[in-house]
Design a protein around this ligand. Structure first.
Ligand code: 6MZ
Length: 353
């Protein structure tokens, strides 16, 4: 694994609450169990389980959200998630999370996002971290790992048009805090595309890039409508039919590929038939991502190693794949240029054979 860990990587599809360390999740559940708020054994049972259907995954998220309710916990999990990605040489992370309000503890969608930003800030005690809108702002050089972090705000498919619109407005207001785009996610069997379209159109008009979870379950009509929207990127693309592949390939929309997630949730039957192989051969823009590193017990280095062994791709090809991901980030040209330098310097030191 060492080589894959040493290789610089770009992560563009990681959900905050899906990327929590198991140890942290168990600790939080234990604390709330003592207070009588949750039952610890419910957590232990689901957390320690390896195979999860898509339906079970969303039940798990409901459980996770029961222990990550307060600002302090949101800041803590964010800090740890950033540290974990940086530790495996992820040099650019676009983290995504669904802003949540909770009147009983005085949490608004805005204060939720502020807690995430606080988590970024506290990660900077051990890391060189850049999460400012001002792409040119550089942290004073330290000896630790360097990582650029940006935030996408997610709209959950359970939300109404008004709630989705609130998230877009929040993203626009918080641009100077590193919020750079919008994601549509949540249980793909819930909600209608038409509900989110007005808000997503508004985001696009305002210059906010949008990424969509697309085709995680079969739904031809929705997939076609999503592709017609021309999002900046899409995630998953598991259940496409011929016409949708054709449309995707002609659109050149980059696809965020989450191998382990797709296998664990059984949206793809086995690794060897995963569409990564086809899209890679077709030279379609793709980027390997973790989705939910905590929930699926993986990390980005592991996803690269897995793609390499499954599809017979060598280290040089995988390095090029990681490098190409820089083209699909939502941060501006200045960050792209810095990242290209990081890859160029790694190319000189990493052994390929
Ligand atoms: C669709 C997913 C997902 O936002 O609370 N999420 N949505 N498909 C997936 N594939 C497995 N994995 C995670 O992180 C958790 C939320 O991210 C979305 C779901 O809405 C989940 O509740 P945040 O930080």
């Amino acid at each position: 694994m060492e080589w894959w860990i040493n290789m610089p990587k770009v992560e563009l599809h990681a959900h905050l609450n899906g990327s929590i360390r198991n140890s942290t999740l168990l600790e939080l559940a234990q604390e709330l169990d003592k207070k009588g708020t949750v039952v610890f054994s419910d957590f232990e049972h689901v957390i320690r389980k390896n195979d999860r259907s898509l339906r079970e995954v969303f039940k798990l998220f409901d459980l996770i959200h029961m222990v990550t309710t307060d600002h302090q916990t949101i800041a803590r999990i964010t800090k740890e998630v950033v540290e974990d990605f940086a530790a495996e040489n992820v040099v650019y992370l676009e983290l995504r999370t669904t802003p949540k309000g909770n009147d009983s503890i005085g949490m608004s969608k805005r204060s939720y996002v502020e807690a995430v930003v606080e988590g970024f800030r506290s990660a900077s005690s051990s890391l060189d971290i850049n999460f400012s809108l001002n792409d040119l702002e550089k942290c004073p050089a330290r000896t630790g790992k360097m990582i650029y972090v940006r935030l996408l705000l997610s709209i959950d498919r359970r939300e109404s048009t008004a709630a989705a619109m609130e998230t877009i407005n929040l993203a626009l207001e918080m641009k100077d805090m590193g919020v750079i785009g919008i994601d549509l996610s949540g249980n793909p069997n819930v909600g209608e595309w038409a509900t989110f379209l007005p808000a997503l159109k508004f985001a696009k008009e305002q210059g906010l890039p949008v990424t969509l979870h697309c085709g995680e379950v079969p739904n031809s009509v929705e997939i076609q409508e999503m592709l017609d929207f021309l999002p900046g990127r899409i995630g998953h693309a598991c259940c496409f039919e011929d016409e949708e592949w054709r449309k995707l390939k002609s659109s050149k929309i980059p696809v965020e590929i989450c191998l382990t997630s797709n296998i664990r949730t059984e949206t793809i039957s086995s690794m060897d038939v995963h569409h990564f192989g086809n899209l890679y051969k077709a030279n379609h823009p793709i980027v390997l991502c973790t989705d939910d590193s905590g929930v699926f017990s993986t990390n980005l280095s592991n996803e690269y190693a897995l793609a390499s062994s499954t599809f017979g791709l060598g280290k040089a090809e995988m390095f090029q794949l990681a490098r190409k991901a820089v083209d699909y980030i939502y941060a501006g040209n200045a960050v792209q240029k810095e990242l290209i330098k990081v890859f160029e310097s790694a190319a000189e030191t990493l052994e390929y054979n």
